[in-house]
Design a protein around this ligand. Structure first.
Ligand SMILES: NC(=O)c1ccc[n+]([C@@H]2O[C@H](COP(=O)([O-])OP(=O)(O)OC[C@H]3O[C@@H](n4cnc5c(N)ncnc54)[C@H](OP(=O)(O)O)[C@@H]3O)[C@@H](O)[C@H]2O)c1
Length: 427
């Protein structure tokens, strides 16, 4: 039986559906034929819902509900009648002023609140919790290239507290509370523990992990002396579904395609996009924080074959290495990736535009990369140019190679106030 046929008629709840990972999860669930009951904090906010309602299958099989992690019983009516629940909602940022209120309470109390609702409805076969490598790595043990991290590692709350790692503490305490509650109430719980998640955004706002990468291309002078595990958002969404579907799935699953220092990420971006202004130096003169290994054995049982992570341009990188099976796929991946990347840049540009009076100065400094973007990107660029703001338009590197879609792109001169050399747009 195909997975679509197996999913037909099944109902899965996704909490925090407007978030980065959850949006991809909703998309994949709908594409596999599931009915999705999705919780959002504000169903009337189009920024949080429009991209979900536009997904294929949404008009027939997506239901949106209002719920808040901190309201007891808030999830009862949502999980009622579900076969599975994916609990992804949890605040993810690093600059909390009041960590208890902003991070710890929603993570821990929210997880228990959702699980408490799940315990009331026997139709629920399994709960998949989005935990994090932040709940795995912070043990206090040294991590060096010969060290292999696996699912038996649990972050130590005391280590997190001492280092004021409030987000890792929130994920550690939430996962721990979830395991205890699930045992007590005989809930079949599986956790997905992703590293830094990167890849295309579906939602119109930037989440923390996408922002961490984007910071590199928005004029940063230095890159952080930090080593992270990295994983593509599509693998993370898929792993949630596999964790629900694969009967033998159990325990925790570390999701890390590769562990890299920021310098490596910068080098990859530089190779792909030589025109970008990227930081040349590390933020400090100390030796680079070492890498470590993460065992991939267990996650293979979920059928996950990691997409190579090279910035959010993963598929493009695969194309370059000739790993895609045929040219048609390669061309499509290239075009999709180009569109996705342009979308990401546009989001960044818009955010900067609204946040800072010198937002457009930023775009000028960065150089606006215009490929065969979606219409919105091209039109916005054109409008900005017409309005007399001088910009550096540079051709997106992908626009000059590969697929026929890209070759069919036209270069045209935009009439208006742009000076010579700054007027050629690829649209
Ligand atoms: N991105 C990563 O690199 C990464 C890595 C490992 C684990 N994770 C985990 O993956 C999950 C999703 O992360 P993400 O990157 O997709 O972040 P995100 O885009 O910021 O999404 C977080 C979601 O949580 C919801 N939320 C926060 N506080 C809430 C509350 N009090 N009540 C209801 N909903 C609330 C948010 O709702 P609103 O939209 O209303 O704000 C949002 O939908 C989190 O559990 C995070 O810890 C993320």
């Amino acid at each position: 039986m195909s997975s679509v046929a197996a999913a037909a008629g099944k109902v899965v709840c996704v909490t925090g559906a407007s978030g980065y990972i959850a949006s991809w999860l909703v998309k994949l669930l709908l594409s596999r034929g599931y009915t999705v009951k999705a919780s959002v904090r504000d169903p009337n906010d189009p920024k949080k819902t429009r991209h979900l309602l536009a997904l294929d299958g949404a008009s027939e099989r997506l239901q949106l509900f209002k719920a808040n992690l901190l309201e007891e019983g808030s999830f009862d009516s949502i999980v009622d009648g579900c076969d599975g629940v994916c609990h992804t909602a949890s605040p993810f940022y690093h600059d909390a002023k009041d960590p208890q209120v902003e991070l710890l309470d929603p993570a821990v109390k929210g997880t228990l609140n959702v699980l408490n609702s799940c315990a009331k409805f026997p139709s629920i076969k399994r709960v998949v919790l989005t935990s994090s490598m932040a709940a795995v790595l912070n043990t206090g043990k040294p991590r060096t290239p010969d060290v292999v991290v696996d699912e038996t590692w649990f972050s130590d709350p005391e280590v997190c507290k001492q280092s004021e790692l409030w987000y890792p503490l929130s994920k550690t305490l939430a996962e721990d509370a979830a395991w205890k509650f699930a045992k007590e109430k005989s809930i079949d719980l599986v956790t997905i523990n992703p590293a830094m998640v990167i890849g295309p955004l579906l939602q119109p706002t930037l989440n923390t992990s996408a922002a961490a990468v984007l910071s590199l291309i928005k004029g940063a002078q230095t890159y952080p002396n930090v080593t992270f595990g990295w994983v593509n958002v599509k693998d993370v969404a898929n792993a949630h579904i596999q964790a629900f579907e694969v009967p033998s799935a159990n325990g925790r699953y570390c999701l890390v395609e590769r562990v890299s220092h920021y310098s490596e990420i910068v080098n990859i971006i530089r190779e792909l996009y030589p025109a970008f202004q990227l930081p040349e130096k590390c933020a400090d003169d100390k030796p680079h924080v070492p890498t470590y290994q993460v065992l991939k054995e267990k996650v293979k049982n979920l059928g996950i074959e990691f997409i190579p992570v090279e910035f959010p341009l993963a598929e493009d990188f695969v194309t370059k290495k000739g790993s895609l099976r045929n040219l048609e796929n390669a061309q499509k991946a290239e075009q999709d990736k180009l569109n996705e990347f342009c979308q990401l840049q546009m989001h960044a540009g818009l955010i900067m535009f609204f946040l800072f009076p010198f937002g457009l100065k930023f775009i000028y400094d960065l150089g606006l990369h215009v490929g065969r973007c979606d219409g919105a990107s091209a039109n916005a660029s054109t409008r900005a140019c017409r309005s007399g703001i001088r910009m550096n338009f540079v051709n997106h590197p992908l626009a000059n190679r590969g697929g026929k879609n890209i070759h069919s792109a036209q270069t045209r001169t935009v009439p208006g106030h742009c000076g010579p050399g700054n007027t050629r747009l690829r649209v």
